[in-house]
Design a protein around this ligand. Structure first.
Ligand SMILES: [Zn+2]
Ligand SMILES: [Zn+2]
Ligand SMILES: [Zn+2]
Ligand SMILES: [Zn+2]
Ligand SMILES: [Zn+2]
Ligand SMILES: [Zn+2]
Length: 490
């Protein structure tokens, strides 16, 4: 809502433009020079004295009250509305850059914003200023302004700049009133919606006060009537009747006092030519690109926030889904391992899924499916079996009792619970590179000549046969010993 424009401001501006600024003659009473067009209405007087507050009216009269509904104000509104040069304004975009407007209004969370194109044209708008008056035991009055785009009949935010002096430039061309009726109907509809809640609140409050008052009066008089009837006085009945008459009068008074009256009055109309800019912009990142059109006008060069494709709520920092959708942060989720982000719809299609172990959200690039359970896991919780190459989740990993390495449950089979590599040990000579390396590094092992070995892409297992104990060594791909233990020989 626009901050209320007071009747006083309107009247002052009217005289400043049409004749001369108001001169204060005594506190709250002003001298107004009448413009030529108002002379007939005031019987040719050159000037009148004006007050804005009833309490400033001097007892002797001779001062015109300028409030809504007063003779003076009605004549001023009539005159102001009829005068094209007064009621037309033009606002231009000036040197505001559409790129800057966009960058200020749209701050994508994960995408680059670029301006593709922008066109600006001057579009006629009509600004309707209404006075809304709500009356019960009190009176509330305010001005509501509705700005309508004459091309589309759509409402545009009426920014405060429209009410500033600078906006009222003289326009040579008379306003083109085509479409004004539709715009007016639209403005009335919008106004109704805008003030509905306030009207209902105001009316209900008055209704509650009225009920309380009626109850209070009824109770007071009923008690008094009962008292009169039970008194020993001879004229008790007559007094009761008089009380009833008084009660009805007071009730009627209360009804009148709290009666709700709502009035809306169009107090002026202005044509405002606003530069409206339509811009095409794109949001992009490594996964998607999305173009959007935004519109803004020069009175308030701010593009509206983009609306979330999922929930319809405008968002200042939109997120570009890798499926091309624009959503607000609450309707999106990103992968815990990369910058891939998706909207709810794409997530429902499986573009992001939780790890079955740690529940972190994982994108399709990072989600690994367990070959045995078909459940999805994050890179931290999936294991690739070095023997068969299967990827398996934590529940399908088994450790070989012999080499102590983790493999998939298929490759570590009962009854011995040894892995396929340990079950495939074959005799190796002391010339074998792995055997030679361990014998060189350990004098204790150098004495052993009976070796067996087996390898898979991750480890090499060596077993050297001693007199009592066998020596088992596991080496990684770089030759480092990762397990070394003595086992009883077979
Ligand atoms: Zn949303
Ligand atoms: Zn990812
Ligand atoms: Zn999406
Ligand atoms: Zn995980
Ligand atoms: Zn395996
Ligand atoms: Zn093993």
């Amino acid at each position: 809502m626009i901050s209320p424009t007071s009747v006083e401001g309107f009247v002052r501006r009217y005289f400043e433009r049409r004749s001369a600024p108001l001169q204060e003659e005594e506190t709250g009473v002003y001298r107004a020079i009448l413009p030529g067009s108002l002379l007939p209405a005031f019987a040719g007087a050159a000037s009148v004295r004006v007050a804005f507050l009833p309490e400033r009216m001097p007892p002797g009269g001779g001062v015109e009250l300028a409030v809504v509904g007063s003779y003076l104000l009605d004549r001023i509104v009539e005159d102001a509305t009829g005068a094209g040069s007064h009621s037309v304004a033009r606002l231009s975009l000036g040197d505001v850059s559409p790129r800057e407007v966009l960058e200020k209004s749209i701050r994508p969370r994960n995408a680059k914003l670029s301006l593709e194109s922008a066109t600006t044209e001057s579009v006629p708008h009509i600004l309707f200023n209404f006075t809304v008056r709500l009356t019960t035991d009190e009176r509330v009055e305010r001005v509501e302004s509705v700005l309508i785009d004459l091309r589309t009949s759509a409402e545009r935010r009426a920014s405060p700049v429209l009410f500033e002096e600078g906006a009222s430039l003289t326009e040579e061309r008379a306003p083109d009133w085509t479409g004004i009726e539709e715009a007016y109907r639209r403005a009335c509809g919008l106004l109704e919606g805008r003030i509905e809640a306030a009207v209902i609140g105001f009316r209900d409050q008055a209704e509650n006060l009225r009920k309380a008052e009626v109850e209070r009066i009824t109770k007071y008089f009923n008690d008094s009537v009962t008292e009169a009837l039970h008194s020993k006085l001879t004229d008790g009945a007559a007094e009761a009747q008089a009380l009833e008459v008084e009660r009805d009068r007071r009730l009627a008074e209360a009804e009148e006092k709290y009666r709700f009256v709502g009035e809306v009055e169009l107090c002026n109309v202005r044509t405002v030519h606003l530069d409206v800019t339509r811009a095409e912009a794109s949001l992009s990142h490594r996964g998607a690109r999305r173009t959007v059109s935004v519109e803004f006008d020069c009175s308030d060069p701010v593009a509206h926030h983009l609306v979330c494709d999922e929930c319809g709520i405008p968002t200042e920092s939109p997120v570009l889904c890798f499926g091309g959708h624009l959503v607000d942060p609450a309707c999106s989720q990103g992968c815990a391992f990369c910058d891939r982000v998706h909207c709810r719809t794409c997530i429902a299609k499986g573009m992001i899924a939780p790890c079955a172990e740690c529940a972190r959200p994982i994108c399709i690039d990072h989600l690994e499916v367990c070959a045995l359970s078909r459940r999805g896991y994050c890179p931290d919780h999936i294991h690739t079996c070095a023997i068969c190459g299967r990827t398996v989740g934590p529940n399908y990993i088994a450790r070989c009792v012999s080499c102590e390495q983790p493999y998939c449950v298929v490759c570590v089979a009962p009854p011995t619970d040894r892995c396929a590599t340990c079950r495939a040990l074959q005799g190796a000579t002391t010339q074998d590179r792995a055997v030679a390396a361990v014998r060189r590094s350990d004098p204790g092992l150098a004495k052993i000549t009976n070796w067996r070995r087996a390898s898979n892409p991750r480890v090499t297992v060596l077993v050297g046969k001693g007199l009592v104990w066998n020596h088992l060594l596991v080496m990684d791909a770089r030759g480092a010993v990762v397990v070394r233990k003595k086992v009883l020989g077979r």
